[in-house]
Write a new protein. Structure first.
Length: 326
């Protein structure tokens, strides 16, 4: 029994799962059974990938011991770049690749400046957040270009499939990325390097781990996933808006923290970040269906973030206190 309790306390993402299940029950009751009906689930699962992909990247980067506050701006800049190129007559594939390449470049710049000049990533990416948002507005020319409807493979991202058309294609992209990054973090040397770099940097360096390259790689993955998520949203909306993604960076950090990722680095799971993102989507949707003023949404997320940090710290402390005989 002690062993099971210790295992549970050492995995704060399991507490997030329990809380998610509890919220599902509460909102199902308060919405008179509407919350879990197929139509509402279809809507929630259709929006989850856009938030979830950003949360995966931010979670990976936080495990590596860094932050990225520019993901919300990259979320907007990547599809805007693609849309401008499409409007200029560039085919979809190179325009899409160019948008993701720009996202990767921004991630590289964030990582390089942070490491080369020993600047806190909070400051580096805060500056990049303003730069990327400004670039988004500038290249749009003030009038966001309309995506050419006939030449885009929107079905790759937006069409509903599966039993009862419950899932968008974007959900399967999201699942594929989640599995890939989870395997990368848990089954490869790179994943071990990420945890070691975020857990205790001097020890990782003394072991010969290329910590600078590891951090830059995580910055780049984080930015690319944010850009990909933004592209999916723009495919769904049909037009790139310069304002999309505002505030998304803080929601992504909250999702990672709620899912058990340590603010100090070295601890966390991709699954936890996904559960945190799902919790945010559930709260957003559940408050509306429960006829609660939508202005309470940010307060709920803020409270949940602080609560998660306190509970996670308590769980880890209790786990260390439990002695299990081997």
């Amino acid at each position: 029994m002690k062993r099971l309790m210790k295992i549970y306390l050492e995995k704060p993402e399991l507490a997030a799962v329990v809380f998610l299940l509890l919220l599902l029950v509460v909102f199902q009751i308060r919405s008179n059974g509407v919350f879990l009906n197929p139509q509402n689930l279809r809507g929630m699962l259709g929006l989850l990938p856009e938030m979830g992909l950003v949360a995966i990247g931010v979670t990976l980067l936080m495990i590596c011991g860094e932050f990225d506050l520019s993901v919300g701006s990259v979320f907007a800049l990547t599809p805007m770049t693609m849309a401008v190129l499409l409007a200029a007559g560039v085919p979809f594939a190179p325009a899409f690749a160019a948008g993701l390449a720009l996202a990767a470049l921004i991630g590289f710049i964030n990582g390089f400046i942070t490491i080369r000049f020993a600047i806190p990533s909070f400051i580096t990416t805060l500056g990049m957040m303003f730069i990327a948002r400004s670039l988004t507005v500038v290249i749009s020319g003030g009038f966001p270009p309309v995506l050419p409807a006939n030449s885009l493979p929107k079905w790759l991202f937006t069409v509903y499939v599966g039993p009862g058309d419950l899932f968008r294609m974007s959900f399967f992209w999201f699942l594929a990325v989640a599995v890939l990054v989870t395997v990368l973090l848990s089954r490869t040397n790179f994943g071990n390097w990420v945890r070691a770099t975020g857990g205790f940097l001097p020890a990782a360096q003394s072991m010969g781990i290329p910590t600078a390259r590891v951090k830059i790689a995580c910055f780049m993955i984080c930015s690319v996933l944010a850009g990909f998520a933004g592209t999916i949203q723009v495919m769904r909306l049909g037009a790139p808006l310069p304002s999309i993604g505002e505030g998304l960076e803080l929601q992504a950090v909250s999702a990672a923290v709620i899912g058990g990722t340590s603010l100090l680095g070295g601890i966390g799971t991709i699954f936890g970040g996904i559960v945190g993102a799902a919790l945010i989507r559930v709260i957003d949707n559940g408050l509306v269906l429960s006829q609660v003023d939508a202005n309470w949404f940010k307060m709920a997320i803020g409270f949940l973030t602080i609560f998660a940090v306190v509970v996670n710290a308590w769980m880890r402390k209790r786990a260390r206190a439990i002695k299990v005989e081997t």
